[in-house]
Design a binder for this molecule. Sequence first.
Ligand code: ZN
Length: 664
Amino acid sequence: MRIIVKAIFAIASAAAFSACVPKKETAENFKYTVDQFADIKVMRYRVPGWESLSLKQKEYAYHLAEAAKYGRDITWDQYCRWNLPVRHLLENIIENYKGDRKSEDYKNFEIYAKRVFFSNGVHHHYAEDKILPACPKEYFSSLMEAVGASEEALLDFIYDPSAYPQRRSTSTQGDIVALSAVNFYDNVDRKMVDDFYAAMTDPSDPEPVSYGLNSKLVRDSSGVHELVWKADGLYGSAISKICEELAKAQEVAENEIQKRAIGYLIDFYRTGDLRLWDRFNVEWVKDTVGQVDFINGFIEDYDDPLGRKATWEGYVDIKDSAASARTEILSSNAQWFEDNSPVDPRFKKAHVKGVSARVVNAVALGGSCYPSTPIGINLPNADWIRKEHGSKSVTIANITHAYDKAAEEAPKSMLTEFAWDQNEIDAYKKYGDYDDEVHTDLHECLGHGSGQLLPGVSSTALGEYQSALEEARADLFGLYFIADPKMVELGIMKDPEAYKPEYASYIRNGLFTQFVRVELGRQNTEAHMQNRKLIAEWCYEHGAASKVIEKKIREGKTYFVVNDYEALRGLFGQLLAEIQRIKSEGDYASGKALIEKYAVDIDPALHKEVRERYEALNLKPYGGFINPDIVPVVKDGKTVDYEIVYRDDYLGQMLEYGKKYKTL
Ligand code: ZN
């Protein structure tokens, strides 16, 4: 499973974009945005913590990163069988065309190429519909002629909106297998697929195999059968390169669990045996001590209209020591927080254990994680493994950080548009992103685990209001404690004022800005968004008499301003106590009343205003990343180090990967 929240809410402006990178780059002046076109912003990410890895750990990460990049062509071919020929044509033109590159037509050609590179194919990476070039077909044809390319059928395919209009069809009419561009099936319809796998499945197997995950299903003169993606099967040349790199990584792995896990993964790739894939995942889940971790394989099935075939992806990360140190401090002080929380003592746990969330930094993105990438991952997907052996959940700090920083690089952002004054903007720039991380830590490490149910109360007593109320409880726990002097004492918050931007932005978002994501006329239905609205509205109303939160209008625009931070903290504490009571007592009626009164209905005038102001910002809704290079430093024939080199050329990396990692 992937967490992709940020990916559809990337924030920046095209207006003042410049690809200039400061001469001497540090963490402070690092330029995050490297390219913008169509509805896309391409960024890069830093890799904090790389320097503190040992040479051996760097070597391990290096080979895993190579393995993540060698699968690129698999993903392209899986998305549509025309994708690789189209990409090779685009690469040929960009590299060899000698004519005018300043013309409007060429610029449109280049935007098309960039969009296709970004989506790993001719379909939009998120909307999944076919991307068409904005330059005329005759012009495209002249580019082909100029570089000696003569594939007429390819040109026709590129310009034909009816040829594979969608990557994954969600049509309710016709056969979704035949209507989808994805290359998972050939000459079969939905019923043949269902029958084929129904015959394979053993319903009594306690460890059910994910049949179909790693193969294409085809029908020819010998009937319906699978072409398995394995070293001596379909995609064999790519899989062999992946295995070579995995074998090198295995030699320098950090521990025995990693070695065993990689061994199973290589055997799986060689044989295609899905039981070995499960063996790999069981070992992979166990490795929670290594500094370096990875994902590599046929994993997510979102792209298959039937949810069976998995798209190839690769990904490498290292543990974020600073963030992990923070979650360990919180976790080891869990009892203090429980004892000092503002809820009724009857609802507190006598013995509470915090959890240390795993926070990582990405080192390499590959396959379907590149360039568009998730900000969190929770794997493996097989239910029986999750139940028997658990799962690993990580948040990817440097990707989230890059999104935040890239948003600040724009002169007009959500922040500058919706914050009341420069003080609020400056304070957010100083502490906002960090506060956000700490709030998430408190929410995840302590909030959800705090409190207890009274004897006899069912954990499902709150029914359909359970998730929104539970998220509200965890959020309130975080909001209440982020302002506590204890946080400064623990060294997590830098000074007693540092929590304020979190309060201001939480209220602004909960009352107002989050509704840019809801279509006009609709209600607020998503659990996290309901939770934020509930908290912000409740505090707005309960603090109204003394204007704790004030609604202000300037030049026809609405703003929500926090006037009294301490009073707001008090309100957070009160609401936390009430929601804890509702949960502990299983008070369904009160929970329902809270959600219905505060969380569901959006003021139509405010809703319209926020959507209009957001649209006027003209922000790029989608974001993605290029990778830094990991470069071996060789002295006297020996590799003495691996250096991270930050690249800033999106198209350059696309062309380079097209050559270096060409396997199909
Ligand atoms: Zn939560």
